[in-house]
Design a protein around this ligand. Sequence first.
Ligand SMILES: [Zn+2]
Length: 428
Amino acid sequence: MSTLRMVRGAYVLIAASLLLTVVSMLLRLIIGALSSNEAVLIEGIHASLDVAITLAVLVALTLVRSRLARGFPYGLYKVEDLVTLVLAGILFAIAIELGYEGFSRPPSTPSMLPMIAQATSLAPLAGASYLKYVASKKLNSPSLRADSIHTVGDVAEGGGVALGLLAYAMSSNPIAYRLSILVAVAGIVAAAYEAGHESFLSILDLPLDKSLIDRILKSVESSFKGVKVESIRARWAGPVIFVEMLISTHPLKTIEEASVLSREIRKHVRQLNPNIIDVTISVEPTLRKHFKVCLPQDTPAKDSPISKHFGRAKYFAIVTIDDLKVRSIEVIPNTAKNVHAGNVPKQLLVGARIAELLHKNGVTDVIVTNIGEIAYSLLVRHRIVVWRVKEGLRTDEIIKLFLDFKLERLYEPTREESWARREEHAHL
Ligand SMILES: [Zn+2]
């Protein structure tokens, strides 16, 4: 079955459930009023609140699927919350007043009719609950499922009221009638609280489910390596949830990579809860805190100038930087320089061995004056960042420039060494 037909089918089920709840409501209100039975009247008012709750869910489900919602999403759902809250308050007040009246003056002549009306009204309610349950499965809607469970509770509570009325009709004992009133009032208090408090929290932008926020945070951090959730907020509006999160990731990710990452996280978060209809992700720009910077030298000293060569330099100064402060400077000999080439082009071997040497020493950044294609590619392959300075600068001057972010980042080698061309020359 196509999704559209499935959605339409679910809507028919919800409409049918609404109709059944209206039947139950009318039966209670009419018979309750005709027989001046407060317990049944309160039950009728409760059913009208139930109609409103299901209507609100239906409106929200429609909005989620409509284009209108994209224009002004938050406010639209808030209107619904506001209507629900006001309605819950009004119906609750009426029910309390009726309850007080019924409790203090039980009907003088007990009759079977209100009990029969009340008992009969339970059948359509049970049907409505079942239809909403089936529709909730089709639409994968937790709010509809919650509504269906609420109606199951209503059937049980309504049964309690009917039993009390039966006992009253048979025994004429006012205690039985008062018990019916108490059960009916408890039922509508629960319904008004359920509908009202969620709307209230939503209007104030308070989290309805704090554990959801925690769940999203843990799930994102465990599923996406290197991602840290800096802050997360969820706004409930009607039955839908908007999530906003600020994440940080590896500082060397490009903006494009960060955008792909955001898209994946967005998809992941939406799968965690079907009520989440929108996820806004901001990536916080971050700076690396730890650097191990390598620069080539011809004489091994902290203040000797940078070598003009990279691969053929005699030494490498390795500067450890933490929190933008130099922690140590170590100079190591370039052991990769003197390789015996055999059949492999020498420069290829030198480049490969230097990249390996630096990678093993945990180097994160390399500063050069010039660099060839092979060495450059092999450094990049080890995720080492390459920077360029002018010739003649001393190591200590260069480190100062590096800490001030004044070096030029190299996105390509400074010298071209076309291996293909060299091969051609060799054959000529
Ligand atoms: Zn209810």
